[in-house]
Design a protein around this ligand. Structure first.
Ligand code: FE2
Length: 145
């Protein structure tokens, strides 16, 4: 799979988990399982973008592309902070749910921006997207184990 297909698939998976979290308001433990899966998935997703995808974008694109990378990185910082905070918060704490909803909003906005602006620009990478895709898959596999 090329890099963009993998990253989009990650986005879809996290969005599905968000939707499931939303529908499970009555079932605390299942809801918490989903929240913990989201936190882990987001950590891995951010890592592979920052380690592999963004550097390739930065190297190969012009001023606009570099600015998009800078913008995405600053959004990752805010998201990473929320993820770290949530990992330290007891899921039964009422703050957890508020924070998680905040995370959902930020992440969905970030995904939309990437898909609308950065991913179309990344087409400039051409065949390199396949190579990067393989690297992303390898790093994801190693972060999961
Ligand atoms: Fe991202």
């Amino acid at each position: 799979m090329n890099a963009l297909d993998i990253l989009k698939q990650d986005h879809e998976r996290v969005k599905d988990l968000f939707a499931e979290y939303d529908t499970l308001s009555g079932d605390g433990s299942k809801r918490n399982d989903i929240a913990q899966t989201v936190l882990k998935e987001l950590e891995i997703h951010s890592r592979v973008e920052e380690d592999i995808f963004y550097p390739a974008m930065r190297a190969r694109s012009g001023k606009d592309g570099k600015e998009l990378v800078r913008h995405s990185m600053s959004e990752h910082e805010a998201i990473d902070e929320l993820v770290a905070e949530l990992k330290e918060t007891d899921p039964s704490d009422p703050d957890f749910d508020d924070r998680f909803l905040e995370l959902m909003e930020d992440v969905e906005e970030h995904f939309e921006e990437e898909e609308a602006e950065m991913f179309p620009k990344a087409r400039i990478l051409g065949k390199e997207l396949d190579v990067i895709g393989r690297q992303i898959q390898e790093e994801k596999d190693s972060l999961r184990t």
